[in-house]
Design a protein around this ligand. Structure first.
Ligand code: ADP
Ligand code: MG
Length: 236
């Protein structure tokens, strides 16, 4: 059984090299785990949007990606699918701690992302925590070490990183910043700087936003490695 799973993971990784975004018509054309396929299918996600077609291949291959596409273009799945796959490939279990963090500028957006992840991730066995400050801090604190995926707002995440000994992110595989242009704005600058200092630099980083964030200093402090820019414009 274990061997079978190893083979499956190796096959996926080989297939990543051959992903050609021009050839992708359905999600099925991407090499993904059967758990992710089941989640997509159950919730009627069949045809990827343009940003999903263009960016998912790079994300699966482990590249740092800066994705830009207008609001409503499907950026959430563009990062949630690679997130599920990276934890799947690493055979992440509930005992492995925090493997992925998604930072959203506001609580409402974090909640939306949480809902979408619970849908398409339902056939995986990862625990997901919403860390946004709307809930009891004590409850959040105790649960932090049981979460594999944390969806959070910048201030609340930093609070835990600074003060909660149970918040251990040293195994982090992937950091995702949604609405990156807003998260990297001046009001969050200091918070984001401090968050990054808490996180291991050996990780994949994905930034998604409506506009391309090329601010050099903002990117430098995220220590992106040879980032791939993916922009999808309205009339493409
Ligand atoms: P963005 O973050 O770019 O503003 P969202 O990820 O919130 O966009 O997606 C906008 C809407 O499109 C959501 O209602 C979502 O369920 C839907 N959607 C996203 N991807 C697909 C898809 N491949 N097929 C059908 N609907 C999709
Ligand atoms: Mg969005």
């Amino acid at each position: 059984q274990k061997k079978k799973e190893n083979t499956r993971i190796e096959d996926l990784q080989t297939a990543y090299e051959n992903i050609d975004s021009n050839q992708i018509e359905k999600f099925e054309d991407f090499p993904l785990s059967k758990e992710t396929f089941s989640g997509l299918k159950k919730h009627n996600y069949v045809v990827p949007t343009e940003i999903q077609k263009e960016s998912i291949g790079f994300c699966l291959r482990g590249r740092d990606v800066l994705g830009a596409a207008k609001t409503g273009s499907g950026k959430t799945l563009a990062f949630l699918i690679p997130l599920l796959e990276v934890l799947y490939r690493n055979k992440w279990t509930r005992l492995d701690g925090v493997g992925a963090i998604i930072i959203s500028p506001v609580r409402e957006l974090a909640m939306q992302t949480f809902n979408v992840l619970n849908k398409i991730g339902e056939f995986h066995d990862f625990s997901v925590g919403l860390v946004t400050g709307g809930k009891d801090l004590k409850f959040e604190k105790k649960r932090m070490n049981q979460c594999n995926i944390i969806i959070c707002t910048p201030n609340r995440l930093l609070h835990h990183l600074d003060e909660n000994p149970l918040c251990d992110c040293s195994n982090l595989q992937i950091l995702i910043i949604d609405e990156a242009d807003r998260c990297l704005e001046t009001c969050f600058e200091e918070t984001m700087n401090r968050i990054i200092q808490h996180l291991p630099s050996e990780r994949q980083t994905l930034l998604f936003s409506a506009t391309q964030t090329k601010s050099v200093t903002a990117l430098a402090r995220l220590s992106l490695k040879d980032p791939q820019y993916v922009s999808v414009h309205e009339n493409s």
